[in-house]
Design a protein around this ligand. Structure first.
Ligand SMILES: [Zn+2]
Length: 450
């Protein structure tokens, strides 16, 4: 009897161990299966470590950006389209970490936990992007020999229609060119000193926290002394209020506004619009915009209110901020994947962007008016005819002897062309120069493609 009992226990122990092993196996498969199946040693989808079997990647108009033919992975035949879209499409070696060939490799190869790599015929799932490849080419050409990025998205729907990042490379021919960070998508992964585009955050914080923000007045005499140190301004603006301060981009006004607000309030506004947070685009992690003044002295805090000191901005984060102002305070989160479909046309993933409130509608309206006025008075409305552009330039100092970076951020108020944009051009001088010119070229093209 005892022996029988002992055997029963052993049998139960064996069954339990077996069950635990099976559970562990399925757990590991669920967690790591995609990684294992898309590992370059998998001969079903790789040849000599190069991806050969994956679905199509198309733009919003059905233009083929990458596809598989006769066990070869191919790109669009036009070199300009290849170079203009490679930071979103990605490359076969996976050097562009945020590209579809890396971030969505599992989906492209048709992997799923139940069936594994089930389409051994050579066709994975197809990815349809929201990008307009023609618009990407316009932006890439407009950036010319400069390094920088252009991002444009529909602030009503969240669709990213243009992502261009330079320097770039041709995924069909260049395989080992990593000079100047060609593999980096500067829209998602770049961070830059913001310069005067940060004044929009300080202005918003004044609107949110100061009882009569339009009564606020400070004096500028080519700058202002803060805690015994000089903070310079390009103009001699005299007594100046919020409205005019943004039009004239007065450093003295915004530095003193920061001090009036205090570190806590300005930080709270910055964080509400996306600073010190990890943003994602279609699950792809972006670099963080940073605003950190907790231990800064007064003069440094003053500089931080006008986008200097240690402020850093990620272009994608600012794109979402611009989209929120344009859309009455609510940001529809930008995305680049419209849908993923199986080879037989079944939708596996469809875009479903969430919406976040970044500011009150009244404050969004007030910023819109200021930014619209900016374009009319400073940048030349004629350059953006019919678009009703609202914007702010920035000139980001990058060291004593280097030419500053040129920023232009904003959106079209015209509801027929509901686009928000960020443009940064590295070492190109004042914002109202290279960046506004590139924005005008890209937005006009966007208007013609509508
Ligand atoms: Zn001034």
């Amino acid at each position: 009897m005892n022996r029988l009992l002992k055997r029963s226990f052993i049998l139960i122990a064996v069954i339990l161990a077996f069950t635990a092993g099976i559970l562990l196996y399925y757990f590991s498969l669920a967690v790591n299966g995609g990684k294992w199946a898309t590992y370059p040693a998998n001969k079903h989808i790789y040849s000599d470590g190069i991806l050969i079997k994956a679905g199509d990647i198309t733009d919003r108009n059905g233009t083929l950006l990458a596809y598989t033919e006769n066990e070869k992975r191919l790109y669009n035949k036009d070199a300009d389209i290849r170079k203009a879209t490679v930071h979103t499409v990605g490359d076969l070696n996976g050097f562009v970490a945020s590209g579809m060939h890396s971030a969505y490799l599992k989906e492209l190869c048709g992997y799923d936990t139940v069936n594994g790599v089930y389409n051994l015929s050579g066709r994975g799932n197809n990815i349809e992007l929201t990008l307009d490849s023609k618009l990407c080419v316009t932006a890439y050409k407009a950036l010319g020999s400069y390094s920088g990025t252009v991002g444009v998205y529909n602030y009503k729907t969240g669709e990213l229609v243009c992502v261009a990042s330079t320097p770039t490379f041709d995924p069909a021919s260049d395989t080992k060119e990593n000079a100047k960070g060609v593999y980096v998508n500067r829209l998602l992964s770049g961070v830059y000193a913001p310069g005067s585009i940060f004044k929009l955050v300080t202005a918003l914080s004044a609107l949110e926290n100061i009882k009569d923000p339009y009564e606020l007045e400070f004096s500028c005499k080519h700058g202002v002394t803060i805690a015994g140190e000089w903070l310079s301004c390009l103009g001699n603006h005299g007594k100046i209020g919020l409205d005019n301060a943004l039009v004239h981009s007065c450093n003295a006004f915004f530095a003193q506004t920061a001090l009036r607000l205090d570190r806590r309030k300005l930080t709270a506004t910055a964080e509400k619009v996306g600073f010190n947070k990890t943003l994602k685009m279609d699950g792809i992690i972006c670099s963080e915009s940073r605003y950190e003044v907790s231990s800064s002295n007064d003069i440094d805090f003053g500089w931080s209110g006008i986008g200097q000191h240690n402020d850093l901005v990620n272009p994608f984060q600012y794109l979402t901020f611009m989209g929120a102002i344009a859309n009455g305070g609510k940001c529809v989160e930008p995305y680049v994947i419209n849908k993923i479909t199986s080879p037989n046309g079944i939708a596996i993933k469809k875009a479903n962007p969430s919406t976040k409130t970044l500011m009150d509608p009244d404050n969004a309206k007030a910023l819109t008016e200021m930014m619209r006025n900016n374009v009319k008075q400073n940048y030349g409305d004629w350059r953006f005819s019919g678009l009703e552009v609202c914007g702010k330039t920035g000139t980001a100092e990058v060291g004593d002897n280097a030419t500053p970076h040129s920023w232009f951020v904003g959106f079209c108020k015209n509801p027929e062309i509901p686009y928000a944009f960020t443009v940064i051009v590295e070492n190109a001088g004042a914002g109202n120069g290279a960046a506004t010119k590139i924005a005008a070229t890209v937005l006009k093209k966007a208007q013609s493609l509508k």
